[in-house]
Design a protein around this ligand. Structure first.
Ligand code: ADP
Ligand code: AMP
Length: 221
């Protein structure tokens, strides 16, 4: 099944977690602009080093860089065949307009924007307890979503985990403020396009996923 989706929500709302589950069930390519930047930073590419200055402060990377990355990725064959789940993009109205143009230019449209709604006050704790498998990228949480066997990734069996630098409390506050400011206009933008589905993200991961799967079923009918 091919879907063209956006997963929206504040940092820590559960976009990556739900993307992992959608991918397991429907094999839709997951495009996380944050992951692309982190990989570029780890490889110390020119783009990665330029993006780091913004990411370390919790600011947005300039639109021309981010839009270019998304445009390239959306033109790749796996995405043209199987669709996409955008995670962390668009983050403002200019990016949303740029995305509309990219899709229109290639005769595509969005099937759904899934907005995972979580109160900001919950997110600081969630983000400070997040840890990630260094080998496969699976995301866990020390409090709400630990690995089944302590210290071993459920997905790939690795024992190597890390905490994101920007999940430390100093950066989290600014990241949340930057994203909260842009969230309402983006929600309104997609509400006006009649593609928005808001889901309560303050429940168990599997209950959230049940609602996500219902949305995918409804847009597929
Ligand atoms: P995002 O991609 O939106 O930034 P993540 O999917 O990485 O968010 O989730 C942030 C943190 O919260 C992770 O540690 C994850 O394991 C945990 N998490 C995700 N969904 C839930 C949920 N429904 N309830 C509690 N914790 C969750
Ligand atoms: P995320 O993994 O989505 O939380 O993103 C981590 C960081 O990468 C953000 O705080 C931004 O600095 C940068 N970033 C990710 N996506 C975007 C985007 N769409 N526009 C601008 N900056 C982004």
């Amino acid at each position: 099944m091919a879907f063209n989706l956006i997963l929206m929500g504040l940092p820590g709302a559960g976009k990556g977690t739900q993307a992992q589950k959608i991918d397991e069930k429907y094999q839709v390519p997951h495009i996380s602009t944050g992951d692309i930047f982190r990989e570029a930073m780890a490889n110390k590419t020119e783009m990665g080093l330029a993006a780091k200055a913004y990411i370390d402060k919790g600011e947005l990377v300039p639109d021309e860089v981010t839009n270019g990355i998304v445009r390239d990725r959306l033109s790749q064959q796996d995405v043209l065949t199987n669709g996409f789940m955008l995670d962390g993009y668009p983050r403002n109205l200019d990016q949303a307009a740029a995305l509309d143009k990219m899709l229109a230019d290639s005769d595509r449209h969005l099937d759904a924007v899934i907005n995972i709604d979580v109160e900001p006050s919950v997110l600081v704790d969630r983000l400070s307890a997040r840890y990630i498998c260094r080998v496969c990228g699976a995301t866990y949480n020390r409090i709400s979503n630990p690995t089944k066997v302590e210290g071993t990734c459920d997905v790939c069996g690795s024992h190597d985990f890390y905490q994101r630098d920007d999940d430390k409390p100093e950066t989290v506050k600014n990241r949340l403020a930057v994203n909260i400011k842009m969230n309402t206009p983006l929600v309104d933008y997609y509400k006006n396009q009649n593609v928005l589905h808001t889901i309560n993200g303050e429940r168990d991961i599997d209950l959230v996923f049940k609602d996500v799967a219902d949305v995918l079923q409804s847009v597929n009918d």
